[in-house]
Design a protein around this ligand. Structure first.
Ligand SMILES: [Zn+2]
Ligand SMILES: [Zn+2]
Length: 121
């Protein structure tokens, strides 16, 4: 079996998802997890769209906690609670942002790897 991207190279494994053969170079793109770059890209794209939705929702939540903290907190006790929630949500948003950034870069790399296939022979 030959690599499905590099048709001149011998495949070292078949993708666990699509069953196509991949060379050692292609296998390394998914950290030798047995998944080909094309399937890996698909997985990342799925995760990316989920994370983007979560990110939008978290930002909305932050907005409403801010509204709550500024407008609706009439007692001293309410303000720290409001701030605590804003802080927690912001941490969450930061984590999501980092993951989105990472996924975007990885998808780019994989796209390049997939398109360079024929040029590398
Ligand atoms: Zn695959
Ligand atoms: Zn290959």
């Amino acid at each position: 079996m030959k690599c499905f991207i590099h048709s001149a190279k011998e495949a070292i494994a078949a993708c666990k998802k699509c069953g196509k053969g991949m060379c050692s170079n292609c296998s390394s793109y998914s950290g030798h997890t047995g998944i080909c770059p094309a399937c890996r890209k698909e997985e990342f794209e799925e995760e990316l769209s989920k994370k983007q939705i979560e990110f939008t929702q978290t930002n909305k939540t932050i907005f409403w906690y801010k509204v709550y903290t500024v407008l609706l907190c009439w007692t001293i006790i309410d303000i720290p609670i409001g701030l605590y929630h804003i802080h927690k949500q912001q941490e969450q948003a930061n984590k999501l942002y980092q993951r989105i950034d990472y996924l975007g870069k990885e998808i780019n790399k994989l796209s390049k790897a997939l398109s360079q296939g024929s040029a590398n022979i």
